[in-house]
Design a protein around this ligand. Sequence first.
Ligand code: C5P
Length: 236
Amino acid sequence: MKKPALVVALDFAQADPALEMAARLRGVVPWVKVGLELYLQAGSSLVARLKNMGFSVFLDLKFMDIPNTVQGAVAQATRMGADMLTIHALGGRAMAEAAVEGRDKALAPGQTSPLILGVTILTSMGPADLAWNSEGTAEDLRRLAVHLARQTQNWKLDGVVCSGREVCDIRQACGVDFQLLTPGIRLPDADAGDQTRVCTPAQAARDGSDFLVVGRPITRADDPVRAARMYREATE
Ligand code: C5P
């Protein structure tokens, strides 16, 4: 069984606390995630600083727009040095192919290609949230997530973001080389907070997840380094 990599979500509103947290976690976790809130305040210079600290950076901005616009955005993220980024699978084939082209054209000589992951169906969505089928069931949603994962693989994306509960089905549908990233990870005795469909790190690792995203259980812990080590060890 391959051990998944731990990604700590730096969900802060300002650069300073994000950088302070990163400084504490340096050498303990390999990846950090920068999302919309932090990015809109701190921008590409924060990504550069995190890279200089030795982190791999997951830029989770979930692009969805016309293909030309997404191609430009992915090219910028690639030039900025992001190691992994997200687009919405619901943006469709032309958008996904444009994203891949934008990345490939922007790669500097010798640069490792950033992974492009598709967001299938947001795990915050329930059956009634589907704009085109408000009568759907939870099973319809799950099937749609697996279908979208297969499509993104056909469109040459590197993997998807999925809930821990979908990892098995998507792994089976898409094979071993497709990258699966799961948020909503909690140790068995941890407070789930506002996450409802949580999964333990051990279970996600057993099911074949490649990246585990953990935010508040580490960043809000009294001792974030100790918490990060506990999450890391839970997958060993
Ligand atoms: O603090 P917590 O561990 O719940 O943070 C999880 C991170 O993963 C947050 O940045 C959240 O936005 C993100 N995320 C998620 N569920 C998804 C996609 C992303 O929790 N389906």
